[in-house]
Design a protein around this ligand. Structure first.
Ligand code: ADP
Ligand code: MG
Length: 724
């Protein structure tokens, strides 16, 4: 949720010598924050008290100290309570200093170690009671916590009073402690004056935590249950407001609009299929038929296509887009005379939106390859284009000359105006497709919409978020595909694995090495550059390596991808930027480093990258632990069925469980998550519908604040103007 949504309209005067509580107070004025820290926090767009309060934790660390040594799994979070029995610091041969603190706890002794943080030494003395939390590693017979977080159980000390420590999204150069400090100061300063969006009766009826309580609990939970309760309030509010906004939008747009009728006859069907270098699978044919039936109606298509990684969803999208772009716009044109596409009749337009620029570029390349010589114009809309370039492309789209537009969501939704948009495809979409739909309803007609996802979404949730939609399933892989042979590679098997990996490269395979992302710059996550160097100077010395990660400029990223695709590189070292959709059929072997740090769905997506060609893909999941059971890794190795894995994932994470690792490139402000928040999504939708039925203009004075917030949050995006 945007900061303005919940906490708007409390701008106080500021500047008075006594610091009046105000949400717009700048963070540097709060006790303990200071100018230097505030400057860093600004990198996270945390400038005012309001920003800090609305900077929600990404996850929580269990700081209860309830684990015992027997519970430890290498690389997994654990926290123990105990007594400090020994504190020692020394200088290592390398010149680094090392602090080692031995703690006596239930089941034995553990060691906490810090490198090059001499100032930590002062904070420990034998006899102190502490809780430490982090990821333990085995060092000989001892469990060792490298750079753990510490909570001192000193009488009166209240540094992290909660058993659940908030972990915030970070930016480069901003530390957890900075964010925690600022948020704490912001809570002390103004938690009590946040305006409440919901009327009293609604809070009571829905058992929602009031705003102040919810803010305190989301940042400093008093228990696991309260994390859920606080989170539920914000998720509900976010979704409820979205649903209200969409209802208001629909109302303003008047009745449901009609979509262009696109008839695909047998001739067009075979003309389109002739463009593909392969035969469609029976599943693809079935789904195409479902889609063409929809397109032939004037009621806008609203279809969700679910298909496992590699099942060939792109082909479906391309098929549908070509059908749109081949269909002549029926005269008479209700709009005045405008430029007409070459060849006389105007044709409809289609757009495909990808979640990343890399993926958009790949779709573009596929389309260009397929459409060479066809005369159909395809344009790419991504960041990094010059203003002039952009302008020219937008002009061609607006004039109807471009048949197919490929781009990132921000640009296609935000920047482009279409003359004859008939179809929108949203690729690899996991959330809020409904919003893009609303944004694209420009002009006289509403486009048909196809949303594609590799993550199965329960139907009820999909209904609530995407509206009343139909679901198609690609339940078959293209012929010749074999399940990826997946192995778990424990510490003792690494050398053998790399030997195997090299051998396969030597036989002509191309490969990926996936490294956990650096975006969060967590100190315990191996930095990708050093991982790259280690590989280049170590096991993969003899090969040509390329490196892609999220920080790379899109153009540079595209260039490396192209080198890899063209065979000028043997191995691509990458973060999970390659997770979604990247398609290089010659790449058939993958090593995933630190596999435990990825979610199950993500691991499966990653593995999908080497399941593309006729050669059986191979994937090694390198783990810190040896043979101890690890539910996620074990499930990953056991099956290649994405639908089964998704269900398993849901079970492992548990619905409503926020306390898990969720690695996503998405902005973290959106708390709502389709899978986890299914019931809340449906509930918010029902309630919003009922409210709009009762009070279509939201004139009830008790709803004034809510209405104001909805307008503030969505008014501009959805062009709501003023209601009532
Ligand atoms: P996803 O469903 O993961 O988006 P893609 O659409 O990227 O999958 O397809 C994966 C690969 O399979 C691509 O290389 C594509 O060209 C190929 N492919 C798709 N359909 C077929 C088919 N019917 N026969 C052979 N190969 C196919
Ligand atoms: Mg895809």
């Amino acid at each position: 949720m945007g900061p303005d949504a919940t906490l708007a309209c409390m701008d106080g005067a500021g500047g008075s010598p006594v610091l009046e509580p105000s949400l717009s107070t700048r963070l540097e004025r709060l006790p303990g924050v200071g100018t230097a820290r505030a400057e860093r926090l600004a990198r996270l767009e945390l400038v005012t008290v309001r920003d800090a309060l609305m900077h929600f934790p990404r996850e929580y660390r269990d700081f209860s100290g309830a684990h015992t040594l027997a519970d430890f799994r290498a690389g997994e979070h654990a926290s123990v309570e105990g007594t400090v029995v020994d504190v020692g610091s020394r200088t290592l041969f390398s010149g680094r200093s090392m602090l080692s603190v031995v703690i006596d706890c239930a089941g034995g002794r553990v060691r906490a170690v810090w490198f090059n943080m001499p100032f930590m030494t002062r904070r420990f003395a034998a006899g102190m009671q502490v809780v430490i939390a982090g990821q333990p590693k085995r060092n000989g017979a001892t469990w060792e916590f490298p750079h753990p977080e510490v909570r001192w159980l000193v009488a009166g000390e209240d540094a992290h009073a909660s058993d659940w420590l908030a972990v915030y999204p970070l930016a480069e150069g901003v530390q957890q402690s900075h964010v925690r400090l600022a948020v704490q100061a912001a809570l002390d300063h103004a938690a009590g004056i946040c305006p409440e969006a919901f009327p009293e009766e609604m809070l009571a009826a829905k058992s929602l935590l009031p705003i102040e309580h919810a803010l305190r609990e989301i940042h400093r939970p008093s228990s696991r249950e309260m994390i859920d309760a606080a989170r539920r309030r914000f998720v509900y509010q976010e979704l409820f407001m979205l649903q209200l906004a969409l209802r208001l939008h629909r109302r303003q747009q008047g009745e449901r609009k009609l979509a262009p009728v696109l008839a695909v006859d047998a001739r067009l069907d075979s003309r389109i299929r002739a463009r593909f270098p392969f035969e469609f699978t029976p599943a693809q044919r079935r789904v195409c038929a479902e889609i063409t039936a929809d397109l032939a109606r004037s009621e806008p298509m609203n279809r969700l296509l679910q298909g496992d990684v590699g099942s060939g969803k792109t082909a479906i999208a391309v098929y549908a887009m070509l059908a749109a772009a081949a269909t002549a716009v029926l005269p008479p044109q209700p709009v005045g005379p405008g430029p007409v596409a070459a060849g006389g009749a105007e044709r409809y337009q289609a757009a495909i939106m990808a979640p990343t620029e890399l993926l958009a570029r790949q779709h573009m390349a596929t389309l260009e390859r397929m459409l060479a010589g066809s005369g159909l114009e395809v344009q790419l809309l991504v960041g990094g284009q010059t203003a002039r370039q952009r302008e020219q492309i937008l002009a061609r789209i607006a004039a109807g000359q471009t048949g197919i537009v490929v781009g990132t969501q921000a640009l296609v939704c935000g920047a482009a105006t279409f003359r004859n948009l008939a179809l929108v495809v949203i690729d690899e979409q996991h959330r809020f497709g409904v919003l893009q739909r609303a944004l694209l309803q420009q002009g006289q007609a509403e486009p048909h919409t196809l949303v594609m996802t590799a993550t199965p979404i329960p139907r009820t949730i999909a209904h609530a978020v995407y509206g009343d939609l139909d679901v198609s399933v690609l339940d078959e892989q293209p012929p010749g595909r074999q399940p990826v042979a997946t192995y778990r590679v424990g510490p003792d098997e690494r050398d053998r694995w790399w030997e195997f990996f090299r051998k396969k490269l030597g036989e002509g395979r191309r490969g990926y090495v996936v490294v956990p992302a650096v975006e969060e710059s967590k100190r315990d996550v191996a930095s990708i550059s050093s991982a790259y160097e280690e590989l280049a100077n170590g096991p993969l010395e003899a090969f040509r390596l390329g490196l892609v990660h999220g920080r790379l400029k899109p153009k540079a990223k595209a260039a490396v991808m192209e080198d890899f695709r063209a065979g000028r590189l043997d191995v691509l070292v990458a973060t999970s930027v390659i997770e979604v959709g990247i398609d290089v059929p010659q790449a058939t072997i993958m090593t995933i480093l630190d596999a435990e740090s990825f979610g199950l769905a993500q691991l499966h997506q990653l593995r999908g990258r080497v399941a593309r060609g006729a050669t059986q893909g191979i994937c090694g999941a390198v783990t810190g632990g040896g043979s101890e059971p690890h539910p996620r890794i074990d499930a990953f190795v056991a099956t290649c069925d994405g639908f089964q894995l998704a269900e398993r994932d849901l079970l492992l994470r548990g619905p409503g469980d926020l306390v898990g690792t969720r690695q996503s490139g998405m902005p973290p402000l959106y708390l709502a998550d389709l899978l986890r928040d299914g019931t809340v999504v449906a509930e918010a939708r029902r309630d919003a519908l009922a409210l709009i039925e009762r009070d279509p203009q939201l004139v009830d004075p008790a709803l004034a604040r809510l209405k104001e917030l909805v307008l503030m949050r969505w008014g501009k995006t959805l062009g709501l103007g003023t209601i009532g």
